[in-house]
Design a protein around this ligand. Sequence first.
Ligand code: ZN
Length: 294
Amino acid sequence: MKPQQIGAFRVDRVLESEGPYFALDFLLPGAPAELIGENADWLKPAFVDPADDRLILSFQSFVLRTGRNTILIDTCTGDDKERPGRPHWHRQKRPYLERLAAIGVAPEAVDFVFCTHLHADHVGWNTRLENGRWVPTFPKARYIFARREYEHWEAVHREHLAGRGEPVSHGSFADSVLPVVEAKRAVFVESDHEIETGVFLEPAPGHTPGNSVLHAESGGRRALFIGDVMHTAVQLARPALSSRFCSDAALSAATRTALCERHAETDTLILACHFPTPVAGRIRRHRAGFALAV
Ligand SMILES: [Zn+2]
């Protein structure tokens, strides 16, 4: 993704990985196979692999530089994490911090980290392994978590510690969220919290209970960091389709549909965590649904 200018703000992406990933009906249960063919004109080759119709996904962060603050949005899967249930995330080594350095951002320069939600692929780089301990990767940053989201997963984590249920999101709550809280770098906010003028959260529940998006408005322009409100651009064609990873599929569908309706045919630049290169685009009405104009 080319750097994007939003008024006085600048947005870059930091890529962790990208490539063909899921079959349509795995990620979006119930999705009709013809959805890709009907929208091939804009989905291929960027969002759907022409070879086998697999959905192409990125794992990426965004860096928003406002002039006042450097804000890192979602932190991918991270290095060295124990993720035996997800082989492609397990004990990973990727040049993420080098790519962050390449856009001129040292870990010490990050003022805020914001995780749209607390799944393993959005919190990984919150921490790094140092002498066998998980420490905050961004030592001077305040890590912003929506209180509702944090409290939900903290309760699930306590259940797990009591012997009920699996570790939260492959163990990521324990190795990528709690160490930040214990280091006193976490800030718990309401789901409409304003970080600075023009930069504010909005609740977008459904994918997870406290899932939130981030608005960035400057000079009459707007970017919207939507996290996993959509996992693939295919969902623009049919916003009612929720992913298999959504905790409340019906609520996720309602949130996604409302977001598409509200921002369609506007200048809002949509930045989703898993949309592959060229990543950024604007929502346009297309056939019975929507499309992404890049
Ligand atoms: Zn995700």
